[in-house]
Write a new protein. Structure first.
Length: 289
């Protein structure tokens, strides 16, 4: 009997279930970290699926990355956010809010007073070196502005990027594709993944099957994710609903092949850059809340 491991799939990682942590009094946080997969998750660093009433959060500094919050349409309540640039925003069901930290800021988010039950994704997205020293900024897309893609047996919301002829009005610092949708059992759609991009595909509920030419089909039960990689050329993914109506999210972007030096919420390319950001934060140069 051979001890040789099975050959590595050219497109897909192994499906992964998240680590589950308590969140607030009765909630839970399902966490996917880039180092838990057997495949590069770049540009994503961490994805948290948060289901809770959402306790108030303390101000947190960030640098060298973006913090994106997608509040699902069925959530009950809102998330308020502010940062040290003076930006303030209320994130309502169906909205996507994107905080680009650049060279550094301090951010705080908390549940609105009328919140009954949050259901949201929080994405930590690495920035390429060319963006890590730029001024911070924030971007917001309200649910009413999100383009709707009506496909046979499916409704997809295009939060960022392009799908076919549709283009999201949200302009981000780096190219991204973010889809949030619902599919009936048996419904499917193709998704073109450009060369050099990675896609994180998540079955929020229901069950999905994700396929590509020359790769084994990946089954995704509820709360399971897989990474698809277009290493040497474009890849056409085929995503299909299985069993019952499914809720899915796809986040795709250009892989960043640069050193990653992380110190808590600071993600830079060198230790010297990290220590500079730490000094800036301690001196108040990232601003205060």
């Amino acid at each position: 009997m051979s001890d040789t491991p099975p050959p590595r799939d050219q497109v897909f990682s192994r499906p992964l279930r998240p680590r589950v942590h308590p969140a607030g009094a009765d909630g839970r946080l399902r966490q996917f970290r880039h180092d838990a997969f057997d495949r590069d998750m770049s540009p994503l660093l961490v994805v948290d699926h948060v289901q809770s009433a959402g306790p108030d959060s303390q101000p947190v500094p960030h640098a060298g990355l973006s913090v994106a919050t997608l509040l699902f349409e069925h959530a009950q309540g809102a998330i308020d956010t502010e940062d040290s640039t003076g930006a303030r925003q209320t994130i309502r069901p169906g909205d996507l809010h994107w905080t680009f930290a650049g060279r550094g800021l301090v951010r705080r988010a908390w549940a609105g007073n009328d919140t009954l039950s949050l259901d949201a994704l929080q994405l930590l997205v690495n920035s390429p070196a060319a963006l890590k020293q730029q001024a911070p900024a924030s971007f917001h897309l309200a649910a009413a502005e999100v383009p709707q893609l009506v496909l046979p047996g499916a409704r997809m919301r295009l939060l960022a990027g392009r799908f076919g002829e549709q283009v999201s009005p949200l302009v981000l610092p780096q190219p991204m594709l973010i889809l949030d949708g619902r599919m009936d059992a048996g419904a499917s759609f193709p998704l073109e993944l450009p060369a050099g991009w990675n896609a994180w595909c998540y079955a929020v509920s229901g069950e999905l099957a994700v396929a590509a030419d020359g790769a084994a089909t990946r089954a995704l039960p509820a709360t399971t994710a897989v990474i698809a990689t277009a290493t040497s050329g474009d890849v056409c993914l085929r995503i299909r609903g299985v069993g019952t109506r499914s809720h899915l999210v796809v986040v795709a972007g250009m892989a960043i092949h640069e050193p990653v030096v992380q110190h808590g919420p600071f993600v830079m390319n060198t230790r010297q850059d990290v220590m500079r950001v730490v000094r800036d934060y301690e001196a108040g140069r990232l601003g205060r809340l």
